[in-house]
Design a protein around this ligand. Structure first.
Ligand code: TRP
Length: 447
């Protein structure tokens, strides 16, 4: 295990895993997905999904990783050497590359917005100007591809440095700072004129909007936000020591991640409604409204720049974890060097990222694909960021519950913890609740 590296300190795992979990998923994807799905009802289902499905799956992944000390493919192989289970690991490796390919495009937007903010582009702007700025920005092909390349390069560089020295260092002081700016934004947004309407949208569920699609989106978002369903947490778990208390660390990670997403919603929706904008505006939602809020805060240039810098770093600690999965696979299973693995995977990711970078207006074909009718970016986000993660989570639950066996997993989970109070809840969730609900949602689409 030491040759693969491990976390340098006891808090290292919590920091790094929260670094993976907290990212654009919380601040960009959660608000726009909630907005698209009618607001409060989505939020409610999301919270339920985190508690009864995502948290148990998180614990399952981390304990599987710690028990086997392996990447996802190796972990499945270690417990079930024969049979098809390792295919779930392979699916995870591919999903990591595919999610990274478009995630890095959005991460590129945060870097672009950092520069716009520093150069004062967001001073005294209205929401119309902010919206036209954004659409001009994302439809500039050259800039989009460059920003994608820059962000992937940064990710590749850090992952090439290896686990403890690379990943951990970046997760330490910066998150509390991000939280501080979020609170500043929160206060400003809540005190805008007309903020109440946004709060109502965010907090008052309209049960007539309930549909399988809302549940699928909420569940998919919970997996995405907690970095589940593709083996990120198996991989991170493989670097955890036996003395770490897995239930309490996992609970902290889930709580912290959910807290930040919820705060982001409290910032975005009051502001959106106060400006008379459409909450169902899609992936651009956050980028259209944040500059408007900053322009209404004294010292907006400074706070805005700091915010986009921190958001870029939060995105970076997530892209690192996405890249780490295929890289750990190549190191462990194919005996490649870390450097070679990182470079090859980085290049493949870039190639798949280009269509996403060009699909936000730059190139017509990718912006509205024939037959599917949506952009390449939206298609990728749905296929990999939602479907594949849900399928992965389903099989991980089945695998841990029945193949490895929940009772054996519980022994692994108990190392390092005094007493796991929710053991029976966890067991019921992993064996019954999680797989059944995921399956039902899928069936409701097919039937
Ligand atoms: N969870 C991260 C976010 O919210 C993104 C991420 C990192 C991720 N690793 C992942 C998503 C693995 C799905 C699977 O921004």
């Amino acid at each position: 295990m030491n040759s693969r590296g491990s976390w340098g300190s006891k808090v290292g795992f919590i920091l790094a895993a929260s670094g993976s979990a907290v990212g654009l998923g919380n601040i960009w994807r959660f608000p726009y997905t909630a907005g698209k799905n009618g607001g409060a009802l989505f939020v409610l289902i999301y919270l339920i999904a985190v508690v009864i499905i995502a948290f148990p799956v998180l614990l399952a992944e981390v304990s599987l990783g710690r028990h086997t000390g392996k990447n996802p493919v190796g972990a499945f192989k270690a417990i079930a050497p024969k049979g098809m289970w390792k295919l779930i690991g392979y699916l995870g490796v591919i999903t990591g590359i595919m999610i990274l390919s478009y995630y890095a495009v959005v991460a590129g937007w945060t870097v672009g917005y950092l520069f716009k903010s520093i150069t004062g582009k967001f001073q005294n702007i209205t929401n119309q100007i902010a919206e036209s700025n954004f659409s001009e920005f994302i439809s500039s092909s050259f800039l989009q591809v460059i920003l994608l390349a820059v962000f992937l390069f940064l990710t590749v560089y850090i992952v090439s440095k290896g686990i403890a020295s690379g990943i951990e260092k970046f997760s330490k002081i910066l998150m509390p700072l991000l939280l501080a700016i979020l609170f500043l934004l929160l206060i400003r947004s809540l005190t805008l004129e007309g903020a109440m309407k946004g709060l109502e949208f965010y907090l008052k569920p309209d049960f007539s909007k309930l549909s399988p699609k809302v549940i699928l989106d909420a569940m998919g978002q919970a997996f995405f936000s907690l970095s589940l369903g593709m083996g990120t947490m198996i991989t991170y778990g493989s670097y955890v020591s036996k003395s770490e208390d897995l239930p309490s660390s996992s609970a902290w990670i889930a709580f912290f991640d959910t807290f930040i997403a919820i705060i982001a919603g409290f910032i975005i929706f009051p502001a959106i409604f106060s400006q008379g904008m459409n909450p169902a505006g899609g992936p651009g939602l956050v980028f259209n409204i944040l500059p408007v809020i900053f322009s209404k805060i004294p010292g907006g240039i400074m706070f805005g720049s700091l915010f986009f810098a921190l958001l870029s770093i939060a995105a970076l600690t997530s892209t690192i974890s996405l890249l780490e999965v295929p890289v750990a696979f190549l190191i462990d299973e194919k005996r490649w060097s870390r450097k070679k693995s990182v470079i090859v995977v980085g290049l493949i990711t870039f190639i798949f990222g280009v269509p996403s970078a060009l699909s936000t207006g730059g190139v017509k074909f990718f912006s509205k694909l024939p037959i599917v009718g949506k952009s390449f970016f939206d298609l990728w986000d749905f296929l990999w960021g939602n479907l594949s993660l849900s399928i992965g989570a389903f099989f991980i639950a089945i695998f841990v519950g029945y193949v490895w066996k929940a009772s054996k997993a519980l022994i692994e989970i108990s190392h390092g913890t005094e007493k796991f109070r929710f053991a029976s809840f966890w067991m019921i969730s992993i064996k019954f609740i999680s797989p059944v609900i995921i399956l039902l949602i899928f069936l409701s689409f097919i039937l």
